[in-house]
Write a protein that binds this ligand. Structure first.
Ligand SMILES: NC(=O)c1ccc[n+]([C@@H]2O[C@H](COP(=O)([O-])OP(=O)(O)OC[C@H]3O[C@@H](n4cnc5c(N)ncnc54)[C@H](OP(=O)(O)O)[C@@H]3O)[C@@H](O)[C@H]2O)c1
Length: 425
């Protein structure tokens, strides 16, 4: 047996991720020791829910008192996997001030209150690592921070929420409508009992804020991200998209436009030959474009206990093997860029609207679009008695102009429903 440098861990939370981190360390401890010379040991676990504590847990391993972790000088790394933005912030703040390195999986915390914690980590010369906070097992943070430091990243597209990708994949396979599949996903444990953060886009927005901050070296918080979810996507829309050769996905788009940052999350149509279109089920993927790399995509399991735990453990090993705070600081936001106005972004659109099936309707709509400079790329019209369903796609145009055209279209007597619009990537 190799003798290694012992690294003691204080684990905060023993839920899905915490218990998986504990078990993964037990399982991989010898391999990690052989491979890196670091002997990982979980010394204490903070957990407030008695039902989470295994009956065969070693005596003294569990505590409900954070002081037993933070005041223990033998503990080197504190791993925060309780979630939430209040207690987690306080625990990380105190841990850093007490000289501990910290590993967290908490995207909501970093996307909303990350700056204060990263500044503190820098001042205290401690690590604050967060590989597991975005895209689960996919090593995207390390790749972007380290491997792509000279890549000139200007665009990051992500499918970073597994729940919505699972629902949309099943809708694409025509296995049911949104509400039915969401219910099934909840029963199977793929969706939370309260799915709001996932289906409403907030979870993906937090992850895109983190990815954009790393890609563009400028702080992006959750409040800077314009986001929408998939609640309004119907099977009918997915079918029309399919007919036109598209797949509907919840896409995160972080771009540098004219030196300014634009970060948005929205349901979008992707051509079936786009690399992100093939990402199915609960998988995640991040598609990167840089002036010096062209295009690179990473894909894999975006959540789940064991996959996410692999990212947490890799952070612990990396911290343990990095001298001082290493060649990179925890946070690489060394500049402050402005934000590009959302309405000035150029996007192509898909539009679905019910209209009266009579002569001149298309001409009226085309004339409004033409006046706003919106050019139509494709059109399908299906007659249904005295009504017709019109499905259009447009060429890219400024969103301000596009939505001005849509507002005017709403006033037309021939339009029987409000136009349903989705962006096309
Ligand atoms: N689940 C995933 O697939 C996944 C993937 C990537 C990242 N993450 C992130 O990982 C973190 C943990 O997620 P999870 O799924 O493991 O959550 P979880 O299953 O709810 O586990 C959290 C655990 O922490 C405990 N806890 C909450 N507040 C506490 C406090 N103040 N002191 C001590 N213990 C406390 C909870 O106890 P109670 O049960 O009593 O509340 C629970 O046992 C979150 O930030 C999440 O966003 C999760």
């Amino acid at each position: 047996m190799v003798e290694g440098r012992v690294v003691q861990i204080g684990l905060l939370g023993f839920g899905t991720i915490g218990s998986s981190v504990y078990r993964l360390i037990q399982k991989e401890r010898d391999q990690i020791l052989e491979g890196t010379g670091v002997d990982l040991r979980v010394k204490k676990v903070l957990e407030i829910a008695p039902s989470r504590i295994p009956t065969d847990a070693p005596t003294g391993l569990f505590t409900t008192d954070f002081a037993e972790i933070v005041d223990d000088p033998s503990i080197d790394v504190v791993v925060e996997v309780i979630g939430g933005t209040d207690a987690a912030f306080d625990f990380i703040d105190v841990a850093l001030r007490s000289g501990k390195n910290v590993v967290t999986a908490n995207k909501q915390l970093l996307a909303s209150r990350g700056e204060a914690l990263f500044t503190l980590a820098k001042d205290e010369r401690r690590h604050l690592r967060f590989e597991a906070a975005v895209a689960g097992a996919i090593p995207i943070i390390k790749v972007m921070r380290e491997s792509m430091i000279a890549a000139g990243l200007h665009t990051v597209y992500g499918i970073v929420n597994g729940t919505t990708n699972y629902i949309l994949t099943r809708m694409h396979q025509e296995e049911g409508d949104y509400a039915e599949i969401l219910l099934e996903a909840q029963e199977l444990g793929y969706a939370e009992a309260d799915p709001t953060a996932d289906v409403g886009g907030a979870d993906a927005a937090a992850k895109m804020a983190i990815l954009a901050s790393i890609a563009f070296h400028s702080r992006v918080t959750l409040s800077n991200v314009v986001y929408a979810g998939i609640e309004s996507i119907t099977l009918d829309v997915v079918r029309h998209a399919k007919e036109l050769g598209f797949v509907v996905k919840l896409v995160g788009a972080a771009r540098l436009i004219e030196g300014k940052v634009s970060v948005r999350v929205f349901p979008a149509l992707l051509p079936t030959n786009h690399p992100l279109a093939s990402i199915s089920g609960s998988n995640n993927a991040v598609f990167l474009e840089g002036t010096d790399i062209g295009e690179i995509m990473l894909m894999g399991p975006g959540a789940g206990g064991v996959p996410t735990a692999t990212a947490v453990v890799s952070d612990i090993v990396s911290v343990a093997n990095t001298k001082d705070v290493g060649f990179l600081q925890s946070c690489s936001c060394y500049r402050r860029l402005g934000f590009y106005a959302a309405e000035e972004v150029e996007s192509a659109f898909f539009i679905k609207v019910s209209v009266a099936d009579e002569a001149g309707v298309l001409a009226q709509i085309a004339s409004i679009f033409g006046a706003q400079g919106v050019s139509i790329a494709n059109m399908i019209q299906e007659g249904r008695g005295d009504e017709a369903e019109l499905v259009l796609t447009t060429h890219p145009t400024k969103e301000r102009q596009f939505f001005a055209a849509i507002e005017q279209t709403k006033g037309l007597a021939c339009c029987r429903t409000e136009p349903m619009t989705l962006r096309v990537l």
